[in-house]
Design a protein around this ligand. Structure first.
Ligand code: FAD
Ligand code: FMN
Length: 577
C-alpha cells in the first residue's frame, strides 16, 4: 500500500493529492491511501514502507499548522529509525517568501536523516505548481509501483514484511533536487485558475479620517459555482474562516508608465502560438507588476551587466528581500535606465498576475450568495511617487469612484477564487467557547464567525479581542459588535488601543493584563483563534500566551507544556499573513 500524505494549510496540496493520487494509483495498479499527515502517528509512520509527501510551507518557513505535533516528534532526539520507509517529498511554496519551500525541504532532510530512503527526489514548486506538481505525483506513483513490483514480485506489496525492499529501478528516480524551469514564452492566463466572476456590489470606506490607514468594507455577489448549494444540499462550498482570492487588474497608471518607459506600443500584439493579446492587456490582465520574482532581476542583470544589481544578487537573501520590498516594476526599471526590453521579454520575466486573499467576513447562513470582505488599502510613497497595492488600490479607487456615482453603486466585475482554510474553521460544537484575537483587519473572519454563531444559535461563549488605534474612530464594525454583545452572541469584547491617551496597548499587552481570565477560559476548553499580521502580531501573541500560562501554572516549563497541549488538541488556530 502506498500512502500519499499531505500537509496543506490553504488547500493547494490537499486539492492536488486528492485530484491526482487516486486515479494515478489506479492506473499504476497499486493501492493508495490518501490522508492528511496530521492523521498519521509517528508509530504508524515507522511501519510504513512507501509514502509520498506533499508538504506546503506556511507562515515564515513553517510547516502547516496541523503538522506541528508529528513534526515535533520527528525532530525530537528520540525519533525512531525510519529505515523501512521509501519516500518522496514534493515541497509547495512561493518564492515571494524568504524561506522558499522550507518546510518541505526540512521534512525531506529529516526523513533521510532517520534512515528513510529517497525513492523520488525532492522537487520544490513555486506558485505555479499545478503542472509540475501533478507530474511529480504521477511519476512518483509510477516509481513506487515499480519498486513494489521489484520488492515483492507483485503489483502491490502491502505493509512491511520485514523483507529487504530490494533495489529500486534506477530509472525511476529523477536526478537530484530540482526547481521547475519556466517555459520559454507562455502568455499566462490567470483567469483560468479562478472560480468565476463576482460582482462588487458595494465598497465603502470604513475609516475615512486618515487616508493613510484606509480600511474598506466590500460586498461581492459570488459566481454560481460558489453561491450554489452542493449536490447533497448542504450549502455552498465556502465556510466561515475561508478566504476569497481576488484577481484584480494592475493599476492602469502603472501599466501606462511601464509601456512609456520601455517605449512599447500599447496596441502591439504579443503571441505565444495559442494566445494573441495587445501589450496593454498583457500588462493589465496577465502579468504581475508588483510581486516581482528574483529571476526578473537576474534576467535584467544578465541583459544590462548592471553592477549594482550584480552586487544585490550576490548579497544575502534578506538584503534582496529588503530591496524588493515596496518596489514595483516601474521602480526596478527606474533603477536600470539603460535597460531595453520589449513586451515578450516582460512576458518571459514576470509572473502571471497573482490573486490576493481576503478573509471572508460574513456567514453563508446569512447570505450564501454574497460575501463581505474587510480590506486595508495599501498606499505609500516611494521616490516621489504614490504607489498602491494592486487589489486593495483597485478597490479603493472603486470606493472613491462609487462615491461620485448618483446611486453610489460600483457594480464592477472581478474574478475570484475560493481559498478554503481547513485549519481555521469555527468549531462544529456549538457549545464550544471561543477566544478570537483579531487586531486591525484581522477582525474580518471573526465577523463571519459571529454571524454564524448568531444564526446557529450557539450556546458557547465568545470573546473577541481587537486591536485598533483609537476606539472613537477606528473600531471596525463597532455597532454590530456592540449589538452582538447586547444579544449575548459576543460574551466579551476587549479593545487594545495603540493610541490611547493613557498609554499604547497592543493585543499581546491586553492578553497579559487579562491573563487570569484568559487562562481560565482556555484552560476550561475554549478554542483560541488568531488572525492578522504574521510578522509582529502572531509571534507576540504566542509569547504572551506562553507567559500567561507560565504565570498561572507557576513555571515556564508548565506554561510551555500547556501551550503545546492546546496546539495538540487543535484548539490554537492561526490565520496570519
Ligand atoms: C489567507 C490570507 C488572508 C488575508 N486576509 C486579508 C484581509 O482580510 N484583509 C486585508 O486587508 N488583507 C488580507 N490579506 C492580505 C492581502 O491578501 C494582500 O496581501 C494585501 O491586501 C495587499 O495586496 P495588494 O494587492 O493591495 O498589494 P500588492 O500589490 O500585493 O503589494 C504588496 C507589496 O507591497 C509592498 N508593501 C507592502 N506594504 C508596504 C508598506 N507598508 N510600505 C511599502 N511597501 C509595502 C511589498 O513589496 C509587498 O510585497 C490576507 C492574506 C492572506 C494570505
Ligand atoms: C500565510 C502564508 C504564508 C506562506 N509562507 C510561505 C513561506 O514561508 N515559504 C514558502 O515557500 N511559501 C509560503 N507560502 C506559500 C504557500 O506555501 C503556497 O501558496 C502553497 O501553494 C500553499 O499550499 P497549501 O495550500 O497546500 O498550503 C505562504 C502562503 C501563505 C498564505
Amino acid at each position: 500500500m502506498l500512502h500519499v500524505l499531505y500537509a496543506s494549510e490553504t488547500g493547494n496540496g490537499e486539492e492536488l493529492v486528492e485530484r491526482v493520487a487516486p486515479p494515478a494509483a489506479r492506473a499504476a495498479g497499486i493501492g493508495v491511501r490518501v490522508r492528511e499527515i496530521d492523521a498519521v502517528s509517528l508509530e504508524e509512520l515507522a511501519q510504513m514502507r512507501w509514502a509520498l509527501f506533499v508538504v506546503s510551507t506556511t507562515g515564515q518557513g513553517d510547516v502547516p499548522y496541523d503538522v506541528g505535533e508529528l513534526w515535533d516528534a520527528l525532530i525530537a532526539a528520540d525519533a525512531p529509525e525510519l529505515d523501512q520507509l521509501r519516500f518522496g517529498v514534493l515541497a509547495l511554496g512561493d518564492r515571494v517568501y524568504a524561506d522558499f519551500c522550507q518546510a518541505g525541504i526540512e521534512f525531506d532532510d529529516r526523513l533521510a536523516e532517520l534512515g528513510a530512503q529517497r525513492l523520488v527526489e525532492l522537487v520544490t514548486c513555486d506558485y505555479d505548481y499545478e503542472t509540475p506538481a501533478s507530474r511529480w505525483l504521477r511519476e512518483g506513483i509510477d516509481a513506487v509501483a515499480r519498486d513494489m513490483a521489484g520488492a515483492a514480485g507483485g503489483a502491490d506489496a502491502g505493509e512491511p514484511t520485514g523483507a529487504d525492499p530490494g533495489p529500486s529501478d534506477p530509472g525511476s528516480a529523477p536526478a537530484g533536487p530540482q526547481d521547475v524551469e519556466p517555459e520559454p514564452l507562455r502568455i499566462p492566463d490567470p483567469a483560468a485558475r479562478t472560480d468565476g466572476t463576482a460582482i462588487v456590489e458595494d465598497v465603502r470606506v470604513l475609516t475615512d479620517r486618515d487616508p493613510d490607514r484606509e480600511i474598506l468594507h466590500c460586498t461581492l455577489a459570488l459566481p454560481p459555482a460558489l453561491a450554489a448549494a452542493g449536490p447533497d444540499g448542504d450549502g455552498p462550498p465556502w465556510r466561515v474562516g475561508d478566504s476569497l482570492d481576488l484577481l484584480e487588474p494592475n493599476d492602469p497608471r502603472l501599466v501606462a508608465a511601464v509601456l512609456d518607459r520601455l517605449r512599447i506600443d500599447p496596441d502591439q500584439v504579443v503571441e505565444d502560438g495559442t494566445t494573441s493579446i495587445s501589450a496593454a492587456r498583457l500588462l493589465t490582465e496577465r502579468l504581475e507588476l508588483r510581486q516581482l520574482p528574483r529571476s526578473l532581476v537576474e534576467a535584467i542583470q544578465e541583459r544590462t551587466g548592471d553592477d549594482a544589481l550584480g552586487r544585490l544578487l550576490a548579497a544575502r537573501a534578506t538584503d534582496f528581500e529588503r530591496w524588493r520590498w515596496g518596489r514595483d516594476l516601474l521602480s526596478v526599471l527606474e533603477d536600470v535606465p539603460q535597460l531595453e526590453a520589449d513586451a515578450e521579454d516582460l512576458a518571459r520575466w514576470l509572473r502571471p498576475l497573482q490573486t490576493r486573499a481576503y478573509s471572508i467576513a460574513s456567514s453563508p447562513r446569512v447570505d450564501a450568495g454574497r460575501v463581505d470582505l474587510t480590506v486595508r488599502t495599501l498606499r505609500y510613497e516611494r521616490a516621489g511617487r504614490i504607489l498602491e497595492g494592486t487589489a486593495s488600490g483597485a478597490l479603493s479607487r472603486l470606493a472613491r469612484s462609487a462615491g461620485e456615482e448618483p446611486d453610489g453603486n460600483p457594480s464592477r466585475e472581478v474574478l475570484v477564487r475560493h481559498r478554503p482554510a481547513p485549519g481555521f474553521r469555527l468549531p462544529d460544537d456549538s457549545s464550544a467557547d471561543l477566544v478570537m484575537i483579531g487586531p486591525g483587519v484581522g477582525v474580518a473572519p471573526f465577523r463571519g464567525y459571529l454571524q454564524e454563531r448568531s444564526a446557529r444559535g450557539d450556546t458557547g461563549r465568545s470573546w473577541l479581542l481587537c486591536g485598533i488605534r483609537e476606539r472613537t474612530t477606528d473600531l471596525l464594525y463597532a455597532r454590530e459588535l456592540e449589538a452582538w454583545r447586547d444579544e449575548g452572541v459576543l460574551t466579551r469584547l476587549d479593545v487594545a488601543e495603540s493610541r490611547a491617551a493613557d498609554g499604547a496597548e497592543y493585543v499581546q499587552h491586553t492578553m497579559d493584563r487579562l491573563g487570569p481570565e484568559l487562562f481560565a477560559w482556555i484552560d476550561g476548553g475554549a478554542h483560541l483563534h488568531v488572525c492578522g499580521d504574521a510578522r509582529e502580531m502572531a509571534p507576540a501573541v504566542r509569547l504572551a500566551l506562553r507567559a500567561v500560562a507560565s504565570r498561572e501554572l507557576g513555571s515556564p516549563e508548565r506554561g510551555a507544556a500547556w501551550v503545546a497541549r492546546l496546539q495538540a488538541e487543535h484548539r490554537y488556530r492561526e490565520d496570519v499573513y
